[in-house]
Design a protein around this ligand. Sequence first.
Ligand code: AGP
Length: 598
Amino acid sequence: MCGIVGYNGTRKAVPILIDSLKRLEYRGYDSAGIAIFNEGKVEVHKDEGKIASLEKTLPDIPGNVGIGHTRWATHGRPNKVNAHPHTSGNISVVHNGIIENYQQLREKLTRSGYQFSSETDTEALAHLVNHYYKNDLVDAVILALNDIKGSYAIAVLCGNQLVAARKDSPLVIGVGENENFIASDIPAILKYTRKMIFLDDMEIAYVAPDKISFFDTSKRPIEKTMKVIDWDMEAAEKSGYEHFMLKEIHEQPKALHETFAGRISELEGAIAFDGLKEEQVRDINRISIIACGTSYNAGLLGKYLFEQLAGIHADVEIASEFRYSHSSPGSLVIGISQSGETADTLAALREAKTFGGRSLAITNIMGSTITRDVDNSIYMRSGPEIGVAATKTFMSQLGVLYLLALYFGKGKGKVSSDRMKRMLVSLRQIPAQITRILGNKESIKKYADKYSSASDIFFIGRTLNYPIALEGALKLKEISYIHAEGYAAGELKHGPLALITKSTPVIAIATKGLTYDKMVNNIKEVKAREAPVIAIVDEKDSEIEKYVDAVIRVPATDDILSPMLSTVVVQLLSYYTAKARSCPIDQPRNLAKSVTVE
Ligand code: AGP
């Protein structure tokens, strides 16, 4: 929920910390702060608002070691006092996560004479480390963490010593030449190094300029493996686009190409995933998909695909609901999370695993927590996504789900070799077809501009297009702040039709497929209530334009694949609507990219 960074090296720490924090702003942006060891003492600077506000207030500080934080408030209001780092004596702490027993710790520490100046849970941790500190920072951190219940990724500064630790919140250590880095996420420090070591839960790192030592919570040394990340720096920059979201929408052909790379052979009609074996498929009789937000919408499409292509019954569950539903999951549980760190999804997956059965994660982040909790992981390979609104990761999730459903369909004998080959050829064409839609973005912008002053917008679709209607509505509401509903078009007449008036634009996803004729009827129903209707249709469709106010055409493809193309249209409509309303597109209010609290 928050972003943390640390640096220990030979360069000035401040510019590196500020630059890295700016790349983590997608994780939270209501206040920020740094602590730097300089000329024998630690200087702390904090401010309310974004990193840029903090940056303006900073003097020139030559120090070479420090920590930084960008906050998304959980305990305590977003203000300067509650901003991190929190300090106690010589100890400064930045923290991402939640300390659940902080109230008890606060009372205990207050009785021991510590004074609290903020409303945060983190301040208790700073006092605890100070309380235990007797010349060895690693010892003090271990003792403090033993007293804590909850989740954390922390960086602790004491003089020129820097220590990091994690449990249930992500943390990566960047390895440089005579300098080392700490960050909540890879893109924050990718400019400085590609060599990364992923900290696991209950591990502690002592980070010096020329050495990093790793320990478990009994202070036994641990050997860690370094990974070299192949994302390039450009992937973490805006590269001339006004917003990361627009850039990431444009990166979808490349993202999908990467998702498919090495996994499909259209000549042989074959799909292969590392670590998945066809014989495992035979035992799958029911699939439970667990996810949140956009990943849930991808999962809903996955449900239709597993049922239609593989004949396997699938349920899709909102992770925060599944945890408390007491329902037993299928023989395969699939967790979908681009970040791999969503607390609700992780908790639900752990719950599902108590029933036995296999588990599989679909994620974009190598080494993320979800990958450690499951039997198999499939990486989406979208590259870094910085905009809070998920776009290219949604597309890659769909790409993985199509491949998986076809793979299962083949394994279950439901997809013939011929069908497989045809589907794979069509799938391969999707990236180029997305590029064609992107080439038409100005006409999509025209409709976004026209309806950007609406107060309510509906997205409707049926079967495979219904998840895309949900995703269109989610995108629009999160970045434009317009109230939007995604509805199964056949459900409108059971209530929501009462809301449809001439002031309620309706985006109807009406590509060809099983329910096309029914969808035409649903469009007529909303038109009869005078709603302006924009229909997303196949390029060859000549029927719907008679009934609607505007059509946006997508290239013709296999009916079952068209949701990938309609996705791009709803993303662009949302993007340009938010732009017309001058919204902060990459960092919408109250939201964060990675939601590591339940
Ligand atoms: C989508 O635009 C949102 N950022 C949000 O719904 C997101 O998809 C959700 O929080 C799940 O995140 P995850 O994929 O990282 O688990």
